[in-house]
Design a protein. Structure first.
Lengths: 226, 159
């Protein structure tokens, strides 16, 4: 499938040496969405969870401390920017690097929490993110070996697909599934959400959704199934 | 009933890394069945193995020719139109590197071979954005680790 069928008309390119970012309406929409959400997060305050106390009429408020708030806001903004970058990048290796950045920042956003269950889940998620870097970068390397290039614009013009390219795509999608924690590896992330500080937790969610959509676009461009 | 139990077992975070590793292992094993189809037209070419070593070239296997800032060396890139100065610093060697190069023919395979030259050309010029991202990943890892170390182990507030 060529880029125009998937993303619409090619609006422009941002050349950074060999890494060329390209803009189509589809990519620009997701890029703008990620940036708008990042801005909202940067200016918002965290929620406070209110729990009813057992055996009394008092409420127990779970608040986010100032130090914790600052580090989580910083990491959430970095996560949002990395997501926005992954939406418009036109280079397979560049994309995998941005996904790895999202993965490590996601662990950081919950690592500042003082709830043992959440930290345990974050630890398991960290294990998966580390294991997933093998198929993620391995997939990108096999794509380079089997197509001779990493630029998505060049790969889109290739007329052939080999089984090697399909295998590389399977590795790539497995790596992305591990880094972003989609089903069936969702349990670790679902436990991580059980913590106060709502807007920062939501960027974990949004980044994995957008990255998956973009990854599917890249894999369709590489494999040209239709 | 059985399927339900299977789904429930997936809800335990402890099992997820194991499940992931098993799936990854199976997929990597199927990789042996895939016919190797490497593209001969590689973007980043390398000389024939041992060719430069047999010539007694001290820069082997990284000699790409060229003269610093005057004549570009052999560096192929995807979009040469974006890189007007491609290859101009490929042959750059630091003064220490030059003295090492003159004393041994194994300079290219030693640890001295990294400063300047070809590796910098790819790292900082043709694929510079990747290098920025790699160091960003490292920096974020250090930010998280040092924050956790400072606030959870050193200045811990007992609750």
């Amino acid at each position: 499938m060529d880029i125009a069928t998937l993303g619409g008309q090619l609006l422009g390119q941002i050349p950074l040496g060999d890494i060329v970012l390209y803009l189509t309406p589809f990519n620009l929409f997701m890029f703008a969405g990620a940036l708008i959400f990042t801005t909202l997060i940067a200016i918002s305050r965290t929620e406070t969870q209110v729990e009813a106390e057992f055996g009394s009429l008092n409420d127990n408020e779970v608040k986010v401390g100032l130090k914790e708030f600052k580090i989580r806001r910083f990491l959430a903004v970095v996560c949002g920017l990395a997501t926005a970058g992954a939406m418009i990048t036109g280079d397979v290796f560049n994309f995998t690097l941005l996904v790895a950045l999202i993965g490590i920042v996601n662990i950081g956003i919950v690592s500042a929490v003082k709830q043992i269950d959440v930290l345990n889940a974050a630890f398991q998620y960290g294990l998966i993110a580390m294991i997933a870097s093998l198929p993620l970068f391995g997939g990108a390397a096999i794509i380079l070996a089997s197509t001779g290039t990493l630029s998505i614009l060049e790969i889109a013009q290739l007329s052939f697909t080999t089984p090697m390219m399909f295998f590389a795509s399977v590795l790539l999608i497995l790596g992305i599934a591990g880094e972003t924690g989609i089903a069936p590896f969702y349990a670790t992330k679902a436990e991580m959400f059980r913590t106060p500080g709502s807007p920062f937790i939501l960027i974990i969610h949004l980044s994995s959704l957008l990255v998956i959509v973009r990854a599917i676009e890249i894999l369709l461009i590489i494999n040209k199934p239709f | 009933m059985k399927l339900g139990r299977l789904w429930n077992s997936l809800a335990n975070p402890k099992r997820i890394p194991r499940l992931f590793s098993i799936i990854l292992g199976f997929i990597l094993l199927t990789g042996f069945l895939i016919p190797m189809a490497l593209n001969d037209n590689q973007l980043y070419p390398r000389p024939v193995p041992q060719e430069q070593i047999n010539q007694g070239n001290p820069l082997a296997p990284y000699d790409r020719g060229g003269e610093v800032l005057k004549e570009p060396g052999i560096v192929i890139s995807q979009y040469p139109e974006n890189e007007p100065n491609l290859g101009k610093i490929t042959s750059y060697l630091t003064p220490i590197a030059i003295s090492v190069k003159n004393s041994t023919i194994y300079y290219g395979t030693s640890i001295y071979s990294s400063p300047g030259g070809l590796i910098d050309e790819i790292l900082y010029y043709t694929r510079g954005f990747d290098t920025v991202l790699e160091s960003t990943i490292l920096m974020m890892a250090f930010v998280i680790a040092s924050w956790v170390a400072l606030n959870f182990t050193m200045r811990r507030e007992e609750e």
